[in-house]
Design a protein around this ligand. Structure first.
Ligand SMILES: [Fe+2]
Length: 300
């Protein structure tokens, strides 16, 4: 696989201030003091200039997933292969690359209509995380693992087979688990990048109005997860899933709905994998315990 990591997300919010309050006061991320001509606001979690770009929109939804390559040559090879395969690849302007703090990027849609931005050369600023609620750190990699990205995202992929082929044969991710949960006609395919995080991107075979099924951020300890759960309750935000532990990435987490409805998984203890000795798995359960789901308006 040639994708190094899932580096950033662009998110549209009807109420960007509410999303930023959620990001800082509930998730514990830090607002990055970046000026943006188009009024976007930025959340950081580590030495990257931002991990989430929150833009004003008419609907709360995912705008784009940013995938990082290790250098221009890897990136160019993938861009060429995509063009040869007939995909409509748009090269980002220098100004737009600057907004994303990258040296160069292209954007395109996967076969299910999700926008991906492929980039190289992230411009780090090395400012330390200063969480407004005292989160000590987010798990995004260290000197041993290298960058593991911000966490993971699960994208809707109603055109499942073509979308799996797109990411594995052209983009440069590899399947690590093929999950058939005990829900009729449901399948989730988990894919990893070239770092030890068990999955960086997953595909769910159903449509989703938010353009994303959930995103995940990881903290270092169970106490940090518990403290976040306290902040969720204090903020009065709905839980999509109670505390539980997943199969495949072993993540111990809960799910909260951000203002506007995007689901965010908040966890710790995610599995790190040596891909040289890993055999992809097929699973029929999503959870070892917990994760009792509660869909607002459906079963509340
Ligand atoms: Fe997840």
């Amino acid at each position: 696989m040639t994708v190094a990591s899932i580096g950033y997300l662009r998110i549209a919010a009807q109420d960007t201030s509410a999303w930023m309050d959620f990001g800082t006061q509930v998730l514990g991320l830090m607002e990055a003091p970046r000026e943006d001509a188009q009024g976007a606001r930025f959340l950081r979690m580590d030495n990257h200039p931002f991990r989430f770009m929150v833009e004003s929109g008419e609907q709360d939804r995912m705008l784009a997933t940013g995938l990082e390559y290790r250098g221009k040559s890897d990136w160019q090879s993938v861009c060429d292969a995509l063009s040869e395969a007939g995909h409509n690849v748009t090269t980002g302007s220098a100004e737009e690359a600057q907004r994303r703090c990258v040296s160069g990027y292209v954007s395109l849609q996967d076969p299910s209509g999700n926008t991906v931005e492929l980039y190289y050369g992230r411009k780090l600023d090395y400012a330390p995380l200063n969480s407004p609620v005292g989160v000590k750190g987010f798990v995004t990699g260290d000197e041993y693992t290298g960058d593991m990205g911000f966490g993971h995202a699960v994208l809707p992929a109603p055109d499942m087979e073509a979308t799996i082929a797109f990411y594995t044969e052209l983009i440069g991710l590899a399947v690590c688990d093929d999950l058939y949960p005990p829900i009729p006609d449901s399948r989730v395919v988990f894919m990893h990048a070239d770092n030890p995080r068990q999955h960086s991107l997953a595909l769910y075979n159903q449509p989703h109005p938010a353009g994303v099924v959930h995103i995940m951020v990881e903290v270092e300890t169970l106490d940090e997860v518990g403290l976040a759960l306290d902040r969720v309750k204090k903020a009065g935000l709905p839980l999509l899933a109670s505390l539980g532990r997943h199969v495949n990435d072993n993540m111990c987490s809960f799910y909260v709905l951000a203002p506007g409805g995007i689901a965010v998984e908040y966890g710790y203890d995610g599995l790190l994998v040596d891909w040289d000795s890993y055999t992809p798995t097929v699973s029929t359960e999503g959870d070892l315990w917990g994760h009792e789901y509660s869909f607002p308006g459906v079963n509340d």
